[in-house]
Design a protein around this ligand. Structure first.
Ligand SMILES: Nc1ncnc2c1ncn2[C@@H]1O[C@H](COP(=O)(O)OP(=O)(O)OP(=O)(O)O)[C@@H](O)[C@H]1O
Ligand SMILES: [Mg+2]
Length: 323
C-alpha cells in the first residue's frame, strides 16, 4: 500500500495540495485524472521522492522499488542501446561486481576467511542478478524494444542518436526491464504510435505490481485501470471503476449537485424576499435577524459552475430593540 497522508504543498506561491489523503492498495491499477495544472505530475514526483511535501508524508514498504516515467522528456545518456538498458536497470553494475568477485575467488586458497566472505557476496549478487532476470535479460529487452517499435539492430545503435520521442521509449523500456513493484507512468502514450500503445497495454495488463497512470487517453485508462482518482482543489478523490465509470459517476454527482443547488437557490430566494419585505418592520425584526443569520450560515452546494453560486449580501438593517 502506498499512503499519502495529510499532504500540503505550495510551489511558487501556489497552493498545490491542501491536506491531500490517498491510499493506493498493493497491486491496484489507478488512473489519475484532473485538469491541467491540478497537480497530477506533482503527486507522482512526491511519491517518487523527487520533492518533499511541506506537511504530511508518503509511505510505502521500504523494500519496494519504484519505476517513474516522467511526463517531460529526459536525457537517457549515450551508449549502445542494449548496454544502456543494462546500465539503467542496474544489471551492468551487478555483472561487473560478479566478474570482479569471481576473479578474486579464483586466486584464493580454499577455506581462507576472505573466501568465505567473498562467497557470501557472490551469493547476494547472484540473487540480485536473478531478480533482474539477468540470464533472460537480453531476450526480454529485445522483446520489449520490438514491442515499443524499435527495429532489429537498434539495440546496437547509440542511444544518443534517437530523437526525443524514441528516448522516451528507451526510458519506458528500461523501466519495464527494471521490474519495479510500482510503476508511475505520466502520460506514457504521448509519444507512442497506435501499435506500440496496444503492445504497452498488453504488457501492462499482465504487470503484477501497483500501477498508477496519468493519461488523457480514455481508451488506455479504460483498458488498464480499476480505480480512478481525481485531483482537484488540492485534494484527491478516488472513484471505483475505470475512466468511463468515473465520468458517469462524476456527471451523476454534478447532476445531483445541480438539483440540490436549484432547490437551495429557491430556498435562498424565498428567505431573501422575506427579509426584503419585513426588514423595516419592527414586529418582524427577530424573524428577519434569524433569517439573515440562516442565510449566512448556508453551506452552498458546489456545482460545475462555481461562478453560478448565488451570492447575496444584505445591508445591515436597523435593530428595533424588540429582539
Ligand atoms: N517546480 C515548480 N515551481 C513552481 N510551480 C510549479 C512547479 N511544479 C509545478 N508547479 C505548478 O504546480 C501546478 C501543478 O503542476 P503539475 O505539473 O503537477 O500539474 P498537472 O496536473 O500534471 O498538469 P498537466 O495536466 O498539464 O500535466 C501548476 O500550476 C504548475 O505550474
Ligand atoms: Mg502533468
Amino acid at each position: 500500500m502506498i499512503r499519502c497522508s495529510n499532504i500540503s504543498l505550495t510551489l511558487g506561491g501556489k497552493r498545490i495540495f491542501d491536506n491531500l489523503n490517498l491510499a493506493v492498495p498493493t497491486s491496484s491499477r489507478m488512473g489519475v485524472v484532473g485538469d491541467n495544472g491540478a497537480g497530477k505530475t506533482t503527486l507522482f514526483r512526491l511519491i517518487a521522492g523527487e520533492i518533499s511535501p511541506d506537511r504530511g508524508e508518503v509511505s510505502f514498504p521500504s523494500r519496494w522499488r519504484l519505476g517513474y516515467l516522467p511526463q517531460d522528456l529526459v536525457e537517457v545518456g549515450n551508449a549502445p542501446l542494449m548496454e544502456l538498458l543494462k546500465e539503467k536497470t542496474g544489471l551492468a553494475h551487478i555483472e561487473r561486481d560478479l566478474n570482479e568477485v569471481r576473479n578474486r575467488l579464483s586466486g584464493l586458497k580454499p577455506h581462507s576467511r576472505e573466501r568465505t566472505s567473498l562467497l557470501d557476496r557472490h551469493d547476494r549478487l547472484v540473487v540480485s542478478y536473478e531478480a533482474l532476470d539477468g540470464y533472460g535479460f537480453e531476450a526480454m529487452a529485445a522483446k520489449i524494444l520490438k514491442g515499443l517499435g524499435f527495429r532489429s539492430g537498434d539495440e546496437k545503435r547509440m542511444s544518443g542518436e534517437f530523437s526525443g520521442g524514441w528516448k522516451m521509449r528507451i526510458s519506458l523500456a528500461s523501466l519495464l526491464l527494471s521490474r519495479p513493484d510500482v510503476l508511475l507512468l505520466d502520460e506514457p502514450t504521448n509519444h507512442l504510435d497506435t501499435e506500440s500503445m496496444e503492445w504497452l497495454e498488453g504488457y501492462l495488463a499482465s504487470f503484477q505490481g501497483t500501477l498508477l497512470a496519468i493519461s488523457h487517453d480514455r481508451r488506455f485508462l479504460d483498458k488498464l485501470t480499476g480505480v480512478t482518482v481525481e485531483i482537484s482543489g488540492g485534494m484527491a478523490r478516488p472513484y471505483p471503476g475505470n475512466f468511463s465509470e468515473y465520468v458517469r459517476k462524476r456527471s451523476q454527482e454534478l447532476e445531483e449537485a445541480e438539483k440540490l443547488a436549484k432547490k437551495q437557490e429557491k430556498e435562498i430566494a424565498r428567505t431573501a424576499s422575506f427579509i426584503e419585505r419585513f426588514r423595516y418592520k419592527a414586529s418582524k425584526a427577530a424573524q428577519v435577524q434569524s433569517r439573515i443569520r440562516a442565510l449566512e450560515k448556508i453551506d452552498r452546494v458546489e456545482t460545475a459552475e462555481a461562478s453560478r453560486r448565488v451570492s447575496m449580501r444584505f445591508p445591515p438593517c436597523p435593530r428595533s430593540g424588540l429582539e
